[in-house]
Ligand binder design. Sequence first.
Ligand code: ATP
Ligand code: ZN
Length: 287
Amino acid sequence: MNTLLRIAIQKSGRLQEGSLDLLKESGLKFSNGKDQLKTQARNFPVEVLFLRDDDIPQYVEDKVADVGLVGENVFAEKQKKNQIVKRLDFAKCRLSIAIPRAETYGGIPSLNGKNIATSYPNIVKDFLKKHNVVPAGIHEISGSVEIAPGIGLADAICDIVSTGSTLLSNGLKEVEVVMQSEAVIIANPDLEPEKQAILDKLLFRIEAVKKAKNNKYILMNCPNDAIEKITTVIPGMKSPTIIPLQRQGWSSLHSVVDENDFWEKIDLLRSFGAEGILVIPIEKMIV
Ligand code: ATP
Ligand code: ZN
């Protein structure tokens, strides 16, 4: 039988859409019906399993799945035999400690003797231990952690924060960031060579998709004497493409620009005399 790499992704929730998009943009074709538990890609040796995110690290350790797509927070909490093989730049959030808004925060030592409610007891224990804090207790609850102080269950909480609006509406304030998180691909550390080869091929594709998202194709008209300066700002993959314009002394210059410092670069290019700048999305980028 042909080897299949089994990939576990979240069945429904905040990771689902990003996970499906990632696999599809990597060229995998598969169906994902509403109540489906697993499906096989039609054009790549992969089987996709749809699971609860919390269960994925265990399944990867047990080799029910070979790899999984989870939040780094879940990877850190479960402490299973998994390794991170790729960071994915989506589902970015942070895990923070919050206390009632009316209280004055006295720094990490003020958490000594406090009751803390969280869905991430291992992460919280490690964090407090690192800072020599001994809490009265860490109460594991699986959802709606932010109501715990209001109902007298805890003095503080540790939970996922993205905008802070949930904290605010529950009368809490964020006082300490415990970890930053993003979606990651985890893998069992001892995959069979055939599976590792499939994973490497998939990771190569994912990297191409990721790079494409972080870069734009850029073209502009520029005076010939500005080409050298422009090339230092947007060197491109090897070097920019220069095509002479019919108009004497001018060229069309094509290159690639990083999304992160995009606007600063555009301002520089304009100051060098570039005109008619077009910026186009890239679908895949193989360096
Ligand atoms: P499941 O039913 O599969 O157990 P869940 O309720 O535990 O789902 P979700 O709320 O769907 O989990 O979140 C999944 C992951 O998405 C989290 O572990 C975290 O990494 C990330 N995440 C959670 N909240 C946010 C947010 N507000 N912004 C960005 N990423 C988030
Ligand atoms: Zn979950």
